[in-house]
Structure formats: structure tokens, C-alpha cells
Design a protein around this ligand. Structure first.
Ligand code: KIV
Length: 264
């Protein structure tokens, strides 16, 4: 949606209007997504997987995210764009500020960081210096080596309670959006109800304030491995624009993700 702002995203949450978002990496798709009315776009470090052909997001650099953010900004001058801070680019608050500046200069409106308690000082420092922050909890792909794979998170009570604590702490530190990845529907709902900021789910069930998908997954372009939470919208439509419009429609009416795309 043109002219999207953080306060409009907050109003959408307050009004119960679902937020529909996608990743974008280039000008052509960014323009298409903007024309279809997507609420915001994320230049995700998933570009390591879907653009570069890497096996994880770890090799992605700030310069590469900045390059793709510039392209997305050229394609969608009015869009609300979030840029991912890649692996080890925010190991200290000072480093985070220097690297985030590159992404903001490239055209981002907000940066996204994966992590919990250890990130709170970094979130505070970025926000104090006028860099809006989106936190990312649940499955954090940059921690794949620590987690031992891409697994659903927060299934046991202690882990679920810890994720709730971390989400509240991130909000308290100044995060204005939260991406919640691969958690049971019940936990997605609980965190969305406890936070005043919008919670955007990916594999977090239908009860979050909005949804995000990697664009290639939404078009069914990754044939080797499709996570349970992914739906190929192109399979039911005739072209890219119709697929994006169907995705937005199903997110807004709350019919995507269905139980078959969600975890218990
Ligand atoms: O990098 C990415 O595309 C992401 C989404 C999966 C939320 O972080």
C-alpha cells in the first residue's frame, strides 16, 4: 500500500485488519507487489537461499542487502520497506548502528534483527538514533547451526513462555514490529494479543496480526523443499499479479494460513 507508515500498521492492528506482506529483492517484483496493494515488503536475507542459491542465510552481507534494498526502493518508491540485517552484522550495538545506516541510506524504512534478550541494548540504541526496528523471534534462520536445523519453536511450555517474555522485552526496548516464525498457532495468538505492536507471522498460524511469505515460495518456485506453512498461490491463478492479489485477499479475510499450513 502506498504511503504505509508504522502508525498505519498500528492502526490496522487496532482495527483488526490483517497485514499482508511479502519479501522482495528486485525492482520488477517490488513494483508489481506495490501495484497489487501489499502492505509492506521485506528485503530478507532469505535472498541467500532464493537468489544466490546458498544453503543458508549466513553468507549474506550488508552490502548485498543494501544492493537489493536500492532495487526494491527504485521499483516501489512509496512502499514501506524493511531490510534484514544479516548474520553477524549486529554483534554489538555500535556495529548495528553503522551497518543499519547503510540499509537506511539504501532506502529502508526499518531494519529487522533476529534475537531475544541479548539484543535489547541494540534495539534501544538503534531506536534512539532514529532507526525503526522489527524484531524476529521463534525460528531464527541465522541460528540454524545452534538450533540444529529449521525446526518449529516454542512447543514446550518453558520455551513458549520464554518467547512471550522476549517479545514483550523487544517491544519495551522500542521494537515497532515483530516477525514470529514457525511457532504453534496458540503461541502466535498469545503473543499477538499481549503485544501492542503488530505481530507478523510466518508459520505462526492465522491468529497473528499479519502474514509474510518468501515471494518465491508464494509463487511455488522452490520445488526441492516446501515448508508446511507455504502455499503456492500461482497454482490457483493465471499470472503473478493474480497470485499476489489472491494471497492478499486470503490473508485479509483470514483464510490463509489454514490448519494445513499451521503448527499445533
Ligand atoms: O529473510 C526472510 O525472508 C525472512 C522472512 C522469512 C520473514 O526473515
Amino acid at each position: 500500500m502506498a504511503g504505509m507508515t508504522i502508525s498505519k500498521l498500528n492502526q490496522m492492528k487496532a482495527a483488526g485488519e490483517k497485514i499482508a506482506s511479502l519479501t522482495a529483492y528486485d525492482a520488477t517484483f517490488a513494483k508489481l507487489f506495490a501495484q497489487c496493494g501489499i502492505d509492506f515488503m521485506l528485503v530478507g536475507d532469505s535472498l541467500g537461499n532464493v537468489v544466490q542459491g546458498q544453503t543458508s542465510t549466513l553468507p549474506v552481507t550488508v552490502e548485498q542487502i543494501a544492493y537489493h534494498t536500492e532495487a526494491v526502493r527504485r521499483g516501489a518508491p512509496e512502499a514501506f520497506i524493511i531490510a534484514d540485517m544479516p548474520f553477524m552484522s549486529y554483534a554489538t550495538p555500535e556495529q548495528a548502528c553503522l551497518e543499519a545506516a547503510k540499509l537506511m541510506r539504501a532506502g529502508a524504512n526499518m531494519v529487522k534483527l533476529e534475537g531475544g534478550e541479548w539484543l535489547l541494548d541494540t534495539i534501544r540504541m538503534l531506536v534512539e538514533r532514529s532507526v525503526p526496528v522489527c524484531a524476529h523471534l521463534g525460528l531464527m534462520p541465522q541460528s540454524v547451526n545452534l538450533l540444529g536445523g529449521y525446526k518449529i519453536q516454542g512447543r514446550d511450555q518453558a520455551m513458549a513462555a520464554n518467547t512471550v517474555r522476549q517479545a514483550l522485552a523487544a517491544q519495551q526496548a522500542g521494537a515497532q514490529l515483530l516477525v514470529l516464525e514457525c511457532v504453534p498457532t496458540e503461541l502466535g495468538e498469545l503473543i499477538s494479543s499481549k503485544l501492542s505492536i503488530p505481530v507478523i507471522g510466518i508459520g505462526a498460524g492465522v491468529k497473528t496480526d499479519g502474514q509474510i511469505l518468501v515471494m518465491h515460495d508464494m509463487f511455488g518456485l522452490n520445488s526441492d523443499y516446501l515448508p508446511k506453512f507455504v502455499k503456492n498461490f500461482l497454482a490457483e491463478t493465471s499470472d503473478f499479479a493474480a497470485a499476489v492479489e489472491l494471497y492478499i485477499q486470503q490473508v485479509k479475510e483470514g483464510t490463509f494460513p489454514g490448519p494445513e499450513h499451521s503448527f499445533e
